[in-house]
Design a protein around this ligand. Structure first.
Ligand code: PRT
Ligand code: MG
Length: 226
């Protein structure tokens, strides 16, 4: 870095799972938040060394902040990134944390499915691509949470949701039917920032890559839901 004082890199994170799983990697990279967001109402939290400023945003808003340069970088689940589409962001690292699976699930004792089943999901883009690829007709219903409830009250025949242990499915009389994609959290970077602040961002990417002991590769964020 130059001797001139520069503003800290802005790093978007969501509270909960993503923050908790990213924290050990940040610590290994020497980027320690000066406060924990669950113990603070602040939405901007500097790192102890002042190199970055963490922005606490909704999980689904992380790609938007990074796309428009509100944040220079961020951590987001691949499920959320696929729904966003990845425009304007680079995806240099699979952090291998917050792992889960995007799955189709339905009632354990389900009768035969209708010709065109109704599918409730927070992930319509991924769900649409999955069923279209299989040549299956479905009616998608967009929900923002508690997808597991929809089949229990007749709102939907199936759901598409992220599943970790599967205990939430089981607790609601549902079972996994098929996997759409394995999911993990990704480091994303604003495309113009990667040019303008290349040295600082490369340093952070390398440090985080070392922290999660993965080879790094600067690749275009995938626009496809595999
Ligand atoms: O705030 P907003 O509503 O926008 O986002 P969010 O609530 O989805 O964020 P958060 O913090 O819950 O999840 C952030 C990211 O963590 C997701 O985008 C996924 O990439 C990843 N992740 C990993 C998960 C899970 N595991 C997971 N288990 N996200 C959600 N869940 C849910 C699951 O759907 C179920 O309802 O947690 C519940 C428990 O899972 P089981 O299978 O262990 O019972
Ligand atoms: Mg939430």
């Amino acid at each position: 870095m130059s001797a001139l004082s520069v503003s800290p890199l802005r790093f978007a994170l969501s509270k909960g799972r993503i923050f908790d799983d990213t924290l050990p990697l940040l610590e290994a990279a020497g980027l320690v938040p000066s406060e924990h967001p669950s113990e603070s109402r602040k939405l901007r939290i500097p790192s102890a060394d002042g190199r970055v400023e963490f922005l606490i945003v909704r999980a689904s808003d992380v790609p938007t902040y990074v796309q428009y340069g509100g944040a220079d970088l961020g951590v987001v689940g691949k499920d959320v990134l696929n729904e966003h589409g990845g425009e304007g962001v680079l995806e240099p690292l699979d952090l291998g944390i917050a792992r889960c699976k995007l799955m189709v699930a339905g009632p354990v004792d389900a009768a035969e499915l209708p010709q065109r089943p109704r599918v409730a999901t927070k992930f319509p883009k991924s769900a649409r691509a999955h069923f279209a690829a299989a040549g299956r007709q479905v009616e998608l219903v967009k929900l923002y949470g508690s997808m597991e409830l929809a089949p229990l009250v007749g709102l939907a025949d199936l759901i598409v949701d992220v599943v970790d242990t599967g205990s939430t499915l089981r607790a609601n009389g549902l079972e996994p039917i098929e996997m759409i994609a394995p999911i993990s959290a990704r480091l994303i970077v604003n495309r113009p920032a990667m040019k303008v602040r290349h040295a600082e961002l490369s340093a952070v990417i390398s440090e985080l890559a070392a922290a999660c002991q993965l080879p790094e590769s600067t690749q275009e964020s995938s626009q496809t839901e595999s």
